[in-house]
Design a protein around this ligand. Structure first.
Ligand code: DGT
Ligand code: CA
Ligand code: CA
Length: 570
């Protein structure tokens, strides 16, 4: 409701401060650790960035299911204009412009206009912005109907929790691309072992969140949820659990490779088990470990089952010892309400401590991101608060900042001021479409800076919305390894940046990595699991990940020895 309010206000040319207030309120409510529907007006008013005016709107919404002022806005803003709000990369201002000046009311008409080069002549546009828009629409389309990992995982866990209450269910798990923790998921694959499948299938097909049943059988059904996600359920007999889980986890390429190995050994592998080719005697089916063992392999973690060398590594006894969530000792990129976070410093630190972290870095935005209104004074004041808080917090606190890498590679603040921070994360937040050469030079300059410890969300991509920046990553990684600059695996589910492939390339170049949530709210600290999964997809081990290290070792790394002092390569 709050988000829609902000969008409709923006698109109808409303007061920018009011737009911002609604956006901020939407973020706050989304990130609020408790259920806001339990709060009264006073309780709502007490939430930071929710004033009494907004509190009344929320109460009205909770009572009546709508807000009068919002209904009026909905009536004022034409439907055609509203449909442009969903166009990736357009934004409310420009949506208003193309609607007003060209009468465009749909994505289709917008694409036609791009094709006919009618946008680039509008005030404030150029060929570049027209191209960028075309690319943004194309990228979003290429991501297609695939759903984000976090959404799929939440849904799978909800359905499995529901079905697991049935007495007929022996074992239940999610499989497919979700179990491999791919960044997006086409459909959710669930597997259940039961001797009595009837009631389980009945419950699955009649859950409240089912919008449509696509296919219903005794062992396999597919449904579409009210949010448009397809979920497949397969029911199997408990004794074939392992081979079925292996088969339905995939990837398809991994399965095919395993099947070829079986064939060469005079065996046959299917979802029902591993069999002797001659006579068809069952060899093993009960567990995944058992099937792998009979194929002469150790168990291979699902996150690396892509047939990109994991089977060869397993045969050679060289599987990576993948980093796990329990290895993580702290978060190195987080925000507070001093800039665009929605929780206080104290609340974030308390939550970090409760997770069992040993250390925690606060890295609010820096002055060049003008809308955040950061100043040197505010940064120093925050540092003072952090030092005081640390005395009683029971967790080591690092005072950091998230810098803006300017188009020429320069940064916020001078070298002396930056030296005062315990940790510095530097990110690209603007000019995403520079040429590869310019972008590479820009990143190299930031990496060479003595204060920069981590390059945050390095490619700047937003899954399904914004394409990654273009840079010579191998050159960039070499510089990072040489200077002791870590690269971030941003764990936010719409970033996952670096992704698995780039993590693997970075590791090969000897780059250290930091898995960070970029939390803007207490609840975002939970994103860490997605970052760890992405690290695993890049074959990362604990030793590669600086926030698995003890505090002393992290501090030495953050001191960033000049290039002449880097350790000898071995
Ligand atoms: P998705 O849904 O597009 O994100 O990707 P997956 O990997 O979940 O693919 P999906 O849902 O079509 O199938 C689930 C798993 O079932 C897949 O990972 C491996 C297995 N599978 C599906 N089709 C085949 C096949 O033709 N051959 C083999 N060996 N396995 C298959
Ligand atoms: Ca799937
Ligand atoms: Ca499927």
């Amino acid at each position: 409701m709050l988000q829609e309010f902000a969008e409709l206000l923006a698109i109808s040319g409303g007061d920018p401060f009011k737009v911002r207030a609604y956006e901020k309120a939407a973020q706050t409510v989304a990130g609020y650790p408790k259920d806001v529907t339990d709060l009264d007006e006073k309780g709502l008013d007490a939430i930071p960035s929710i004033g009494s005016h907004l509190a009344r709107k929320i109460i009205e919404f909770l009572r009546t299911g709508t807000v009068e002022e919002l209904d009026e806005l909905r009536a004022v803003v034409p439907a055609g204009l509203r449909s442009l709000l969903d166009v990736p990369g357009l934004g409310p201002k420009r949506a208003h412009q193309v609607y007003d000046e060209l009468g465009i009311t749909s994505v289709g008409e917008l694409l036609d206009a791009i094709h006919q080069h009618r946008l680039c002549h509008l005030p404030g546009w150029g060929e570049r912005s027209e191209e960028n828009l075309a690319r943004a629409i194309h990228d979003a389309h290429a991501a297609g109907a695939r759903i984000q990992l976090a959404v799929a995982l939440g849904l799978a866990e909800e359905i499995l929790a529901h079905l697991s209450t049935l007495p007929q269910v022996r074992k239940a798990a999610y499989a497919g691309s979700l179990r491999r923790m791919c960044e997006t998921v086409g459909d959710v694959d669930l597997l259940i072992a039961s001797e009595e499948p009837g009631p389980v299938m009945e419950t699955f097909c009649t859950m409240p969140l089912v919008a449509r049943v696509l296919a219903r059988g005794s062992t396999k059904s597919s449904i579409v949820t009210t949010k448009g996600v397809q979920v497949d359920l397969r029911l199997i007999e408990p004794p074939v659990w392992g081979s079925a889980l292996l088969y339905f986890t995939g990837s398809k390429a991994h399965n095919i490779h395993l099947r070829e190995m079986a064939v060469r050994a005079g065996q046959k592998l299917s979802e029902y088990g591993l069999f002797e080719a001659d006579g068809g005697r069952l060899i093993v089916a009960e567990t995944e470990e058992g099937v792998y063992k009979q194929l002469g392999l150790p168990w291979i973690p699902p996150t690396i089952r892509e047939d990109t060398g994991e089977i060869e590594a397993a045969l050679a006894g060289e599987l990576p010892n993948l980093v796990e969530l329990r290895n993580i000792r702290g978060d190195l990129h987080t925000h507070t309400n001093l800039t665009d976070g929605v929780a206080s410093l104290e609340d974030m630190v308390t939550a970090a401590k409760a997770r069992g972290y040993r250390y925690y870095a606060v890295t609010d935005h820096a002055p060049l991101l003008h809308m955040q209104r950061m100043t040197s004074e505010k940064a120093l004041e925050q540092r003072h608060r952090i030092r005081l808080l640390e005395q009683s917090a029971g967790i080591a606190l690092l005072h950091g900042t998230e810098l803006n890498i300017q188009p020429d590679g320069s940064l916020d603040w001078d070298e002396d001021f930056l030296a005062g921070f315990d940790i510095v994360v530097a990110c690209v937040h603007s000019a995403f479409r520079q040429s590869r050469d310019a972008m590479t030079a820009r990143l190299l300059r930031a990496i060479e800076h003595p204060a920069v410890n981590i390059i945050g969300h390095p490619t700047g991509r937003s899954i399904g919305r914004r394409a990654p920046i273009d840079a010579d990553w191998d050159e960039v990684f070499r510089a990072a390894a040489r200077t002791g600059t870590a690269f971030e695996i941003n764990a936010s589910p719409d970033r996952l940046d670096l992704n698995g492939d780039l993590v693997r390339r970075a590791r090969r170049a000897g780059v250290r990595l930091a898995i960070s949530t970029d939390a803007h709210a207490v609840t975002h600290l939970d994103f860490m699991r997605f970052g760890v999964a992405t690290a695993q997809r890049g074959w990362a081990e604990s030793a590669d990940i600086i926030n698995t290290w003890p505090l002393g070792k992290i501090r030495r790394f953050l001191a960033k020895h000049p290039p002449t002092h880097t350790r000898k390569s071995g």
